[in-house]
Design a binder for this molecule. Sequence first.
Ligand code: B1M
Length: 212
Amino acid sequence: MGKYFEEISQNVITAKQDKVKELTQQAIDDGVDPVEIINSGFIPGMNVVGIRFKAGDMFVPEVLMSARAMAAGMDLVKPLLLGREVPSRGKVVLGTVKGDLHDIGKNLVGMMLESAGYTVINLGVDVPATKFLQAVKDSKPDILGMSALLTTTMLGMKDVIELLKEEGVREQVKVIIGGAPISKEFADKIGADGYAPDAGSTTELCHNLIAR
Ligand code: B1M
């Protein structure tokens, strides 16, 4: 059974989408537990991608292709998980702040988090503070992640944190932020719990915040 995992991981890393699909289907037909295919095949592959991306050995287009290869395999596995309790590392609500339409980096962060075992609720782009607030109230995530690529829109992150405070839900959720103009200093200044410069370190940041 274990023979599939290493091969699936390798083909996720090298972004061979058709091969990932073929091997995943073979594993399913052979009776391999779908959760094991995720935990021992997809996630270790994406972990390597995350490490290589962080080290500068892989670039954004390659990471996206690996994530797509994994998603192709995930499409085959997901229907088998319906009605089953899939262990999640935690829930993350993600969105690009109001007035900002940039989503390539945010989606990359989302894919990395999903492949690391998180449940991700992606609110999309141009998300008003009230929508972030509603998502925190409704979905009760462990982490709220905001992205901004414009120096003008990054200030909207502070508005969201203030609104969470006003509504008495700030302490229920860890707030993390990222995007090209964002820095650790800015995160500290607006009272966020964390900042990550790239998708790989966002996963680590979430692990650390949830473990606390
Ligand atoms: Co725009 N844009 N753009 N743009 N754009 C920038 C950001 C800009 C720096 C270009 C420039 O002038 N040199 C500039 C901002 C200047 C500033 O504010 N200082 C700019 C501008 C001005 C604009 C417009 C105003 C242009 C215009 O219309 N006059 C306009 C604004 C539209 C709007 O949002 N309202 C605009 C529009 C666009 C497009 C629509 C054409 C397109 C976006 C398409 C899309 O996203 N679907 C676009 C693009 C592609 C860019 C650049 C070229 C690339 C951004 C990108 O995708 N990078 C960008 C220049 C640049 O950054 N070099 C630019 C790749 C991506 C993987 O990186 O997004 O940084 P990044 O994400 C990283 C990290 O930042 C981090 O992890 C990611 C992966 O490692 N990260 C997080 C991101 N979010 C995170 C969240 C986290 C943690 C980490 O936790 C929650």
